[in-house]
Design a protein. Sequence first.
Length: 300
Amino acid sequence: MKTRIVECVPNFSEGRRPEVVQEIVDAVRSVPGVRLLDRTSDVDHNRSVLTFAGEPMAVKDAAFRVIARAAELIDMEKHQGEHPRIGATDVVPFVPVRGVTMSDCVDLARALGKEVADKLHIPVYLYEEAATSEDRRNLANIRRGEYEGLKKEISLPERHPDFGEPVMHPTAGATVIGARNYLVAYNINLNTPDVAIAKKIARRVRASSGGLMYVKALGIMLEDRNLAQVSMNLTNFEKTPMHVVFNLVKTEAERYGVSIVGSEIIGLVPMNALLDAAGYYLRLEDFSQEQVLEAKIFGE
């Protein structure tokens, strides 16, 4: 019988204090059967992303522990950063990897949400496949107004959480938990400090503004590099590949007289997402994953 594997990719509102991030990492490593796969922090976003995987119940336990630890270490009343957020642990998605269905991940998300609300007194919203209403599938709808806005509006009936009282935790804010497929966090940096250009490009690229399907995008400023960035989440890299996104951003940037300095992937990325880009730019004919050496050696 194959091992059942779930991936969890929690995002935390802390990217400037490595000692705090390390304590959250240690909370993951305290759970037997869970493997930490990646950790990424960004100073401008003031955000960190962890990726860990393992048996479903062990991953759920690790997720609860990191949410609890973040609540102790991060004060949202003092938090500032470029990335939208509503809580110390901002979002916690479960992703089915092997021997696990999306329905299983939905069950995990809802069980964790109730536990977080009951034991930590942090209000929890459910999103994507775990959402309880269509308007909450999209994370951006839940994050509307960010921490400061939700703090004022959480008492309104339409903004009540799915679990917990309609009151923000005094320091940890609120948390979003859900289930989804693989996501590629992909950013493109421009050779200009004009964030207005990045915002215009983001508006052209993102699905909600009539751009590319399965793309969410924001224009933000990287203060430490004095560059504007188009920050994106690609929610279905198979239907909207990375190279399609890159080419559209490049074309739009040229309209404003700027170019791309480089791009970056936050966290982990499925191998096929990169193979698609390689096949496109190298113009490989009849290329498949079966021709990748590591896939043949380590594949099942």
